[in-house]
Every structure is written in structure tokens, then in C-alpha cells.
Write a protein that binds this ligand. Structure first.
Ligand SMILES: [Zn+2]
Length: 504
């Protein structure tokens, strides 16, 4: 088979402070820089990235034709300029690929651009228009996709992750490959069914290591491959959705593919019913920074593993800039001991501290520079420079594992019993190495604050004595009822068991 392979990944938080421009897609972050041409086929080797799993599963016996692949850190809208430039590359690469039997795209599913609510729907529409109605078009999606009717309509199949933390990204690419082989070999179209849920699920409650998501994804796996009198179910995906997105089609969706309409509908309905029943269990407890720090100081003890505070509202994986200082200020105010926050984004402070050198004491105005929390001001104080690094290291945890990270110049600072890892690039703290490469073992900490919502649980969960989700200033609003939505569809419940949007 000749299979065209590409990708265009962005998770858009329409309430975030900064947009994703072309440069954001061109550069490397925790994932590789923009790839094009033959180099793409080896750029992802060993990484937990969907296209890596796809290439691995599809390369032997087939010819893979590279299209453009790129991703940017989650943020506000993708600029029109970036979207149009990247789509022009993708369509040009498709033309150059000549003839092919199928197309695979590594997409996120929650992209909003300056000019389209449904970024992936538009990507799939343009690719479909270029390849015609008969060539199978399969895309893998993030579990946080806000799947739209257009996406389902244009693609032959959408195959989503089943874990959050996303430890199965490469595995999902491989599942997409299996499904694509099946489509090409059978030559037959699969029936599709889509079911929308009518409530938003808070990000931190979507974690698949805890209930109710753990059981729901068990049901998803069990339903795929199921054979009934109606036929065989070939693929089932449940996307929990990315909530901070003010578009009518925001929210959780179930998509199923099967031999027959009846089998697809039965499978999708079965999962959707279970998700509806689980609604009360998706409510979550949020701590204030003050209470969380006081609790952590009172309950942390040496050798037990850190109490981990998730600074979810400033999660760079969900549109935060990673530079708000609410919890950091609280740690200092309450004189916490053996505490560390990671990773604070502040290139200016990292540069000043690095210039001063290890062992120096330096006066800094730390963090709060990008407007992620409009009421905050930088934290003024004197800090000891504990370590200076180039921010280049190999991630080792189950989430980022295998990725070469480039955080830019990075420093570890200390004031009293509180330390902070400061980097020159944004990065969600979801890998021990992000701290350990600065010479500090996070297992030895009493209190660890991470700028992450859920992904940190993959690597930090096993060592944590307790996890508290904290509501401290930042653009990724955890209490969805506080977001100034204006464009959701009528009746959608913004929180589990909450009130319907636009219903008074
Ligand atoms: Zn995700």
C-alpha cells in the first residue's frame, strides 16, 4: 500500500492569553519541530506520539509518503496565517505524493483557528476534497478532542486515545493503522454512529486512573470488536472533550464504526448511556491555594513521598503560560519546608540567574509576566541560584518518555525552604526529569507543586503520598461555571449536574 502520513496538532483554549502563530508550530517544544519530507519518517522513533505508533505499525510492506507534520503547545486560537500556511504545505505534499491507497493524519481534535471554530473539520474537509470520496482517510485524535459532525462526516474513521495521562498515544496511532488496513483490504465502507453528551467534564475529573473514567474506558475497550446479531463493531472512541472552548460543538462525544448501521448505533448508545449515568461521579473537589499549602505543611512527612499540588489553572498543557505565582507565594508566606514548584516559565529571570551563576544570590521579579492572571504581580525577592542547565534532557516517564526536551536555559532557585525550577520555554511538568535534571530528586520532597492538570499523575502519581487539585490564578479555569461562555449550544450543562447553558 502507498499511505500518505502527516499531522497538524493543536489544542485550543479559546480563553487563553496567547495565540499560536506559525513560529509556534515551526519550533520544537516537548514534541519535535515541524517535519516535512523523508526525515519525517524517522523523526519520531521511540516517542509516545501517535504518528510514531502509526509509522511503526505501517512501515513494513508499505510505502509511506510523508506530508507535513507539526504541533504547537496548547494556547488560544491558531492564527489564520499559521493555519493557511500549514494547510498549503499539506495539500502541496499530497499532490506531490501522487497516487496513494489511504491517508493517515495525526490530529488533536480541539483546534480552533481565528477563522474556523472547527479546525480539524476544516483540515479533513480540505484533505477529503483533494483526495476524493473513495480514498480511506483515517485520523487519530486526542482524548480531549471536541469531535464535530463535520469531522465524523469527512473522515472514514476517527480513533482516539483511551488514557489520560496520555500514555497510549503511540498505541492509538497503531490502532489507527490497523483500522486503516482493514478499510483498504475490505474495500467496504464502515457504518458510523455519533452520540453527543450534554454536559462538560472538568479536565481534572477526566483522569482515567480514577473513577468514573477508568470503568468507562474499560467498557469502550470491551465494546470494540464486539459481535452481535447486528454485526461486528470495528472501532469505538469516547472523547471526554476539552472544556475551555467557547464553540457550540464543545464537549464529550462517542463515535463507533461497525459493519452495519445498527451495530454502530448500538455500540455508541451503550457507551453514551454509561457516560450519562456517570455524570454525578464526574464532580470534583478543588482546594484554595491557602488551604492546600496549609494541609500539605501539616501532613507531609519525610520518606512518605511528596504531597503533590496540581496548579491546574496555569497548566501549559491547557493554555496556561506556566508563570502564575499564586501557590508559590503561598508556600513562601506559610514558610513551607522542603517544597518545590516546577516548572515556572520566565526566560528573563532564568537568564539573570544564569548570568549570576551557581551559588550566587540574585534579586528577581519572578513570574507573572505574561498576563495569565491579570491581578498578579511578579514575586520580588532574593533567590539563591542552586543550579544552571541548558534545559536539554531526555524525558523518562510514561507520558513524555523518549522525547528530547528543550526547555531552554533553566535554573533551580531557592528561598528559605522553597525551591522553584525556572525555564525559558513553557512546558507542562509531567516528567520527573524536568526537576531531576537540575540535580533535585522529587521523591525526596515534602511538597511538590506541578503546573499540570492530570498528565503529572503518570510519573509523579506513584511517588505521591496525596494529590490535591488547586484553584489558583491562571487562564485554565477549573470551575467551568466561572468561564464566560457565550457560544455553547443551548442546554449543555457546563458542569456535571449543573445548569443548562442559556436555559433560565
Ligand atoms: Zn489531551
Amino acid at each position: 500500500m502507498r499511505i500518505a502520513v502527516g499531522g497538524f496538532q493543536h489544542e485550543t483554549n479559546t480563553f487563553a492569553p496567547t495565540k499560536a502563530d506559525y513560529a509556534a508550530f515551526e519550533q520544537a517544544d516537548s514534541w519535535p519541530a515541524l517535519q516535512r519530507g523523508e526525515g519525517l519518517l524517522s523523526a519520531f522513533e521511540g516517542m509516545n506520539v501517535p504518528i510514531a505508533g502509526f509509522i511503526d505499525a505501517a512501515s513494513s510492506g508499505n510505502t509511506l509518503l510523508p506530508l507535513v507534520w507539526c504541533s504547537a503547545t496548547p494556547s488560544a486560537h491558531v492564527t489564520e496565517d499559521a493555519f493557511e500556511r500549514i494547510m498549503a504545505m499539506m495539500l502541496e505534499d499530497l499532490r506531490e505524493a501522487g497516487s496513494f491507497d489511504a491517508v493517515y493524519l495525526d490530529l488533536h481534535g480541539a483546534m480552533v483557528t481565528e477563522h474556523f471554530d472547527d479546525g480539524e473539520g476544516e483540515i479533513l474537509r480540505r484533505v477529503r476534497a483533494a483526495i476524493g470520496p473513495r480514498v480511506p482517510l483515517v485520523a487519530s485524535l486526542d482524548l480531549h478532542a471536541n469531535v464535530t459532525a463535520r469531522m465524523v462526516g469527512e473522515a472514514d474513521a476517527l480513533v482516539a486515545y483511551r488514557t489520560y495521562p496520555h500514555v497510549d498515544m503511540a498505541e492509538t496511532g497503531a490502532r489507527a493503522a490497523e483500522h486503516l488496513f482493514h478499510l483498504v483490504k475490505s474495500g467496504a465502507r464502515q457504518a458510523k454512529a455519533m452520540r453527543r453528551l450534554d454536559y462538560l467534564i472538568p479536565l481534572t475529573a477526566q483522569c482515567t486512573l480514577i473513577e468514573p473514567a477508568a470503568s468507562l474506558y474499560g467498557l469502550v475497550s470491551e465494546t470494540e470488536g464486539h459481535v452481535s446479531g447486528n454485526g461486528r463493531v470495528s472501532s469505538v472512541s469516547f472523547t471526554t472533550g476539552f472544556p475551555p472552548v467557547d464553540i457550540p460543538e464543545c464537549g464529550p462525544v462517542v463515535v463507533a464504526y461497525a459493519d452495519t448501521e445498527a451495530a454502530a448505533a448500538e455500540a455508541a448508545q451503550r457507551i453514551a448511556d454509561a457516560v450519562r449515568e456517570a455524570e454525578p461521579d464526574f464532580r470534583e473537589k478543588l482546594w484554595s491555594a491557602r488551604d492546600a499549602v496549609a494541609h500539605a505543611i501539616a501532613h507531609s512527612s519525610p520518606g512518605k513521598g511528596p504531597i503533590v499540588l496540581a496548579d491546574t489553572q496555569d497548566n501549559p498543557g491547557a493554555g496556561g503560560n506556566g508563570d502564575t505565582i499564586g501557590i508559590l507565594s503561598e508556600l513562601i508566606a506559610q514558610d513551607a519546608r522542603n517544597a518545590c514548584l516546577a516548572v515556572l516559565f520566565d526566560p528573563e529571570s532564568a537568564a539573570r540567574a544564569a548570568e549570576a551563576g551557581e551559588g550566587a544570590r540574585v534579586s528577581l521579579a519572578l513570574g507573572a509576566k505574561t498576563g495569565g492572571a491579570p491581578d498578579e504581580h511578579p514575586l520580588e525577592g532574593e533567590f539563591e541560584v542552586m543550579r544552571v542547565t541548558d534545559g536539554e534532557f531526555l524525558a523518562t516517564g510514561p507520558f513524555y518518555g523518549g522525547s528530547r526536551m528543550s526547555l531552554g536555559r533553566t535554573v533551580r532557585l531557592r528561598t528559605g525552604g522553597v525551591q522553584v525550577v525556572v525555564a525559558s520555554r513553557k512546558g507542562q511538568c509531567a516528567d520527573k526529569e524536568m526537576i531531576r535534571h537540575t540535580g533535585l530528586d522529587p521523591r525526596e520532597l515534602g511538597i511538590l507543586v506541578v503546573k499540570s492538570s492530570v498528565h503529572f499523575r503518570a510519573d509523579f502519581g506513584p511517588m505521591a503520598s496525596e494529590v490535591l487539585v488547586v484553584e489558583s490564578p491562571g487562564p485554565n479555569t477549573a470551575d467551568l461555571a466561572k468561564l464566560p461562555f457565550t457560544r455553547l449550544r443551548k442546554g449543555l450543562r457546563v458542569t456535571p449536574m449543573g445548569e443548562g447553558f442559556g436555559v433560565s
